[in-house]
Design a protein around this ligand. Structure first.
Ligand SMILES: [Zn+2]
Length: 137
């Protein structure tokens, strides 16, 4: 299939992948805040520049958009019907990178919590905060 996406729109799309301060991210941050936890944002010294870093717990939280990060079996992660080859290459690169980042963080002794954007209900995030507090993955 011909690739009809021009350079400019493609680069806009790429930059959207790692956009900061998305709504899911803000929800996670306020839940952790409510739970009284301290964290830093987008620590560039760590692999993958994790969205949320809790140094005291040696834990990071990665907030993943379902579409870009390919949440398994999630309706938000449907593959667009056009330009499939482009999307599939892009997606598989994202998934590979996410995996590599998680591995490197774990090797450095960090606990890695992943939050999917479709899982940011108050109840779920309160559970996440408890899990982080008890260091239970
Ligand atoms: Zn999802």
């Amino acid at each position: 299939m011909a690739d009809i996406m021009d350079r400019a729109s493609r680069s806009r799309m790429m930059s959207a992948i790692r956009s900061k301060n998305t709504k899911p991210e803000r929800l996670v941050r306020s839940a952790l805040h409510r739970a009284g936890m301290r964290f830093a944002l987008h620590d560039a010294s760590l692999p993958g520049k994790p969205d949320i870093v809790l140094p005291a717990r040696r834990a990071v939280v990665l907030v993943h958009g379902c579409f870009w990060h390919r949440h398994p079996n999630c309706p938000r992660a449907a593959t667009p019907a056009t330009n499939r080859r482009f999307w599939q290459a892009k997606f598989s690169a994202n998934v590979k990178r996410d995996l590599a980042v998680r591995r490197r963080l774990k090797l450095l002794g960090w606990k890695v919590f992943v939050v999917w954007e479709c899982q940011t209900s108050e109840r779920r995030l309160a559970t996440l905060a408890r899990r982080i507090r008890s260091n239970a993955l």
